[in-house]
Design a protein around this ligand. Structure first.
Ligand code: ZN
Length: 110
């Protein structure tokens, strides 16, 4: 088990989820559209191969987080404005996505 993010903020007007890790020593912005495309549920990703089923191009550009809910102490459940809400983002997964995003933004500034 890894520690949960020390802070989670949904930046609705900017369109990203802001996560702080390791007692706030670093933080990362996960754009909603990108994060929605990383939804780990069985309808969006093949459980066995990990291959993406959801076409990221089908995610609306203006997608928003409709609601967020902590699931036990291990995951965040995100309900999206497109009506999809079955994806559980575990802390492990969010950590992995955050590290991916951090290294990709470091090499190619947006
Ligand atoms: Zn999904």
């Amino acid at each position: 088990m890894i520690d949960p993010p020390s802070d989670i903020k949904a930046r609705q007007s900017e369109g990203f989820l802001q996560l702080a890790w390791d007692e706030g020593s670093w933080s990362v912005n996960l754009p909603y559209k990108w994060l929605r495309g990383e939804c780990p549920c069985a309808a969006c990703k093949d459980e066995w191969t990990g291959a993406r089923i959801l076409d990221p191009a089908s995610v609306p550009d203006d997608i928003k987080v409709a609601d967020m809910e902590l699931v036990g102490s291990y995951a965040l459940k995100i309900g999206w404005s497109d009506g999809h809400g079955s994806g559980l983002f575990t802390w492990e997964n969010l950590r992995k996505l955050s590290e991916e995003r951090r290294s990709s933004t470091a090499s190619s500034p947006e």
